[in-house]
Design a binder for this molecule. Structure first.
Ligand code: AKB
Length: 314
């Protein structure tokens, strides 16, 4: 069994990944790390800045870490407020982990990329693994560059770094911080709180999305796969379902008749408009058997249950 380190453990993916992996690994083999502890989980927690190579190296050596899940990132919308800092955070933290792997201090790395690597010149529908990529945001530029570096480390040093281009992630434990797809999470909070929802994207903006359970499963499947079957050394396209704000609203309104929405798009509209409507994930399906479990409807049902429970227990 490997010992794992989750960097960015208190974020949207990290808070759920640690719990998910604790069903596979023994709890004592999971080390979580972030700038600050935000959740009430009782995993071993290290306060750490992923920009410091030596801080990560010390943890890796002290706890004899095998695999690192590197989830630290400034997302697409927030990233635009301070482009140079976004570049610094997203790239320096990645290099720190890639260097640990190159030096053979760790065995395997997982690093998430995103649909933000695509841009206005990419095909909108059925966007393929190797479609044109001209990202609009600093976040997208950092993810695309990061993908190339992962591929470089894989090819040049034999580093085992694996990556997935995630669509918008819908989850209930921790709110995503500063993404363009965040409306699809916050809408559930407005619904349960009986508030009118103000949507920052236009009603017809179709985007690829995925439910967190499928995100966790995909990470596990890719990390478990035989390295020799993985043809993509940069990052794998991944798909689950796509919908517009209006389709999500109508789905919710079917169940909650009085729920109201209004649309007031802002700077995030331009970012969303540059992203694909639907992703082609043939390489993931062929190379490591990817198939999503959650449909749009199932995600909606789960989110209503989970967000209701969460708010009732607050
Ligand atoms: C964002 O909106 O920035 C993220 C993403 C799609 O990578 N959720």
């Amino acid at each position: 069994m490997s010992r794992i380190l989750i960097l960015g453990s208190e974020g949207q993916i990290g808070t759920e990944l640690s719990i998910f992996l604790s069903k596979i690994y023994s709890k004592s083999d999971i080390i979580t790390a972030d700038l600050n502890k935000k959740t009430d989980t009782d995993f071993k927690f290290i306060k750490l800045n992923a920009l410091s190579y030596f801080d990560i190296e010390n943890v890796v050596k002290k706890y004899e870490v095998d695999d690192v899940y590197h989830l630290v990132a400034v997302l697409s919308a927030k990233g635009e407020a301070d482009p140079l800092n976004t570049w610094k955070v997203n790239m320096t933290s990645l290099f720190n982990v890639l260097e640990l792997a190159r030096k053979k201090l760790i065995k395997k790395v997982f690093w998430p990329s995103s649909i933000s690597v695509f841009g206005d010149t990419s095909p909108k529908n059925n966007t393929a693994q190797f479609s044109i990529k001209e990202p609009l945001t600093v976040y997208g530029i950092s993810k695309l560059s990061g993908e190339s570096w992962c591929e470089y480390y894989n090819n040049t040093y034999g580093t085992d770094v694996r990556s997935i281009r995630f669509p918008g992630i819908i989850s209930s434990k921790t709110l995503p911080g500063g993404g363009t797809t965040d409306y699809a999470v916050s809408i559930f909070y407005s619904l349960i709180k009986k508030e009118v929802f103000k949507c920052f994207l236009n009603k017809g903006t179709k985007l690829p999305m995925i439910y967190i359970e499928d995100v966790l499963r995909s990470i596990r499947m890719l990390m478990k796969a035989d390295k020799n079957t993985l043809r993509i050394k940069s990052s794998y396209n991944l798909s689950a379902f796509s919908f517009t704000p209006n389709e999500l609203y109508l789905n919710l309104q079917k169940r909650f008749k009085n729920f109201k929405i209004f649309y007031e798009s802002d700077y995030r509209q331009k970012i969303a408009d540059s992203w694909p409507n639907k992703i082609n994930d043939n390489y993931s399906r062929k190379d490591w058997g990817w198939k999503p479990k959650y449909s749009f409807d199932e995600m909606v049902e789960e989110m209503i249950k989970k967000v209701s429970n969460k708010l009732n227990n607050e």
